[in-house]
Design a protein around this ligand. Structure first.
Ligand code: CMC
Length: 434
């Protein structure tokens, strides 16, 4: 049965269709509102606006649910690999063994980065942030791999190129930043093992693959693989809506993810924990600052636009954090601080009233530290994980029969019409008056 919402403006009634999703979520379709009433809707930050219909990821922020193509993220983290999950997100179904093998072969075939691109790395100033370098390099891929003949071929090859090369480029940027020799991908290693090997292997100190860390990395990337219409994914869809190539769209996603309120939070959390540590463990001081409205400081790794309960990814990440540190028999003072901070915050009236719980970034940095990943690479790790989601969302938008160029409207609050008067004329008039 079709449902409608009735909007009454100055006694005029407007019937607006209600759209219902497969999990019962409802939205008022206001796409015809302006042509019927002359009005637009205003929703800063799109906090209550659906930008598309999607079949990829389901989130319920009140109940703490996250599913990729219907499968709970908890099950994927326990049973799947990052590449299988990437295939699921991009293609809609889990792969058969044959499909997965073919996918792995394609990833291996496309894992090398054009040697000429290595020179780019040398020309960035030493202190450049790896997210900046990654965004630039991904965009530059288009000049090395121009458009293919058919859209299908273009999509399939570009997708595998991106998944494979972004991982290689990330490890390469780390090696070059340290002045070390680049380690090339090995076809005999899995996606995650390959990454760790490219990051940490060296001629003087061969890297021993540790299955615990490979497993942890698989889970880390599965948990980051998609999160429906978040800031970076919306950027990918928005930039892509102008029908730009996939590399450029993904590059925009990387730039959007970099911010500390989004993917950059994992770096910001560790920096915050380190500051608490060096200040002698003043957790109460940090909590007080986070609650102080006159202070822009926020408790990093806490709060989420959608989750109003514990982020399901954070639960898995916290468990993994304990497992990795326990198995490596390693103490990390930052973990102790994080746990104490969480305990205090979850009992504090401010955090309870504002529904502020740890998000995925609260414990992820500690896991990455245990793997040996440097802090400035944390957000790059998030970006590699989010790639399948960005690609899946871009692909879905390309095939969307309801596709439209993304072009929000605004309410103008600037000056009304005034005449052009050059500044020097104004000054002369003013000085004449004086
Ligand atoms: N610490 C202290 N207060 C907070 C926090 C926080 N981390 N997050 C939100 N608040 C307060 C905020 O001050 C406001 O209070 P009031 O209503 O009294 O003025 C209220 O909660 C609502 O905040 P908001 O900014 O309107 O909510 P939002 O939905 O726009 O914020 C957020 C979402 C993630 C930007 C925010 O929670 C935040 O800044 N968190 C810290 C950064 C962080 O951890 N980001 C990672 C997000 S998860 C990774 C990802 O998926 O991108």
């Amino acid at each position: 049965m079709r449902e409608n919402a009735t909007l009454i403006i100055n006694d005029q009634r407007y019937e607006l269709p209600i759209v219902t999703g497969s999990e019962g979520e409802k939205a008022i379709d206001i796409s015809q509102l302006r042509s019927k009433s002359g009005l637009i809707t205003l929703d800063t930050g799109f906090a209550n606006t659906g930008s598309c219909k999607s079949t990829i990821t389901f989130m319920d922020g009140e109940q703490g649910i996250l599913r990729y193509r219907g499968i709970p993220v908890e099950q994927l983290a326990e049973k799947s690999s990052f590449m299988e999950t990437a295939y699921l997100l991009i293609n809609g179904n889990l792969p058969t063994q044959k499909q997965l093998t073919r996918f792995s072969v394609m990833l291996n075939d496309n894992s090398l980065v054009h040697e000429d691109m290595q020179q780019f790395y040398q020309n960035f100033p030493r202190a450049s942030h790896p997210m900046l370098i990654l965004a630039a390099m991904v965009n530059a891929l288009r000049s090395f791999y121009p458009e293919l003949q058919t859209l299908e071929e273009e999509i399939n090859i570009t997708v595998t190129r991106l998944l494979s090369k972004v991982r290689t480029m990330a490890a390469m940027s780390y090696k070059i930043s340290r002045g070390h020799k680049v380690v090339y991908p090995r076809p005999d290693l899995s996606y995650c093992a390959n990454f760790l090997n490219m990051m940490f292997d060296s001629p003087v100190n061969p890297y021993q693959i540790d299955e615990l860390l490979v497993d942890a990395l698989n889970i880390f990337w599965i948990l980051h693989a998609d999160h429906e219409q978040n800031c970076s994914t919306s950027s990918v869809r928005m930039v892509g809506s102008g029908r730009v190539n996939l590399y450029a769209a993904i590059s925009s996603g990387i730039a959007a993810l970099w911010g500390p309120l989004h993917g950059g939070a994992n770096q910001a959390v560790v920096e915050m924990l380190k500051t608490i540590d060096s200040d002698g463990g003043n957790i109460q001081g940090v909590i007080a600052r986070a609650k102080d409205r006159s202070d822009p400081f926020r408790l990093m790794g806490f709060g989420h636009r959608v989750y109003k309960t514990y982020d399901p990814r954070a639960k898995i990440m916290k468990k993994m954090c304990h497992r990795v540190l326990g198995r490596l028999n390693r103490q990390d003072p930052l973990l102790d601080i994080a746990m104490e901070l969480e305990e205090i915050a979850l009992k504090d009236a401010y955090f309870i009233d504002h529904n502020l719980y740890p998000n995925v970034d609260f414990y992820s940095g500690i896991v990455l530290r245990a793997m040996g990943i440097p802090t400035n690479m944390f957000t790059v790790m998030f970006a590699i994980g989010r790639l399948p989601g960005w690609i899946a969302q871009w692909k879905e938008s390309m095939d969307d029969p309801e596709w439209k160029l993304a072009r929000p409207r605004q309410i103008y609050i600037g000056p009304t019409q005034k005449d052009y008067v050059p500044m020097n004329l104004r000054e002369n008039t003013n000085s004449a008056k004086n």
